[in-house]
Design a binder for this molecule. Structure first.
Ligand SMILES: Cc1cc2nc3c(=O)[nH]c(=O)nc-3n(C[C@H](O)[C@H](O)[C@H](O)COP(=O)(O)O)c2cc1C
Length: 209
């Protein structure tokens, strides 16, 4: 039985572009894996805490000297790690916020990268897993765009997955999503619609591959 961890980030609910694209992925994935298991984690509805001192230093404190809150926070990190390393596929769907990932997603990543257990120094925790990122951006950071080079999101997400051992990593991008919302971008509406349609097709194809 195949398994998929699906992480949502956008607080946009039914208006969310990234969620509408990941929904296409999920429909296609469920059609392919009739008995597949999907684990959903909605970081907008249920944000996980940022790392604090107790969570960080629990790992460096001998077990018999950890406080009860240290134990709870350390255990939580191991539970998150077990969840992501226990599935075959990972789908993370997120908007761009201020040229990068929203902080709820960064908090998740900071929780699961734990030196010695799941880390970026040769660990292979995500080895063999198919990792898909759905990213929606209000503008465009493509070559030739005025803000080309300002995208600190897609490269980072790829780095996160590959550093943890994944080799089958794809970013599905919808851009210019603020066209029609921001008046100055009115003329870009056709490009926005084409970009979202292409992202939905890519998501379906990726899920079915
Ligand atoms: C707080 C905030 C910050 C944003 N920052 C950026 C940004 O830096 N660059 C960009 O292209 N779009 C930015 N946007 C626009 C979103 O990336 C865009 O609307 C995206 O499609 C939202 O995805 P969603 O509908 O799934 O939430 C921002 C939106 C919000 C709410």
């Amino acid at each position: 039985m195949s398994s998929l961890l699906h992480i949502e980030v956008s607080p946009g609910g039914e208006h969310s572009v990234s969620r509408s694209i990941s929904a296409e992925f999920l429909t296609a994935w469920s059609a392919k894996h009739a008995d597949g298991k999907v684990i959903s984690r909605d970081l907008a509805a249920n944000p996980i805490p940022h790392l604090d001192g107790e969570a960080i230093f629990a790992g460096y404190t001998p077990e018999d000297q950890r406080s009860s809150t240290m134990v709870a926070k350390h255990t939580f990190r191991h539970e998150l790690i077990a969840e992501i390393t226990g599935v075959d596929e990972i789908l993370i769907s997120t908007p761009m916020w201020n040229w990068a990932i929203p902080s709820v997603l960064k908090a998740y990543i900071d929780q699961i990268i734990l030196p010695g257990t799941l880390d970026g120094s040769g660990a292979d925790g995500l080895k063999g897993k198919k990792v898909t990122f759905v990213v929606s951006q209000g503008g465009s950071y493509a070559e030739g765009a005025p803000r080309h080079g300002w995208d600190y999101e897609t490269g980072y997400l790829k780095q996160f997955a590959t550093a943890l051992g994944a080799t089958d990593v794809e970013v599905i991008l919808a851009e210019l999503t603020l066209a029609g919302i921001v008046p100055a971008m009115e003329s870009l509406i056709p490009q926005k619609e084409a970009s979202i349609a292409a992202a939905k097709s890519a998501a379906k194809a990726r899920a079915a591959a």
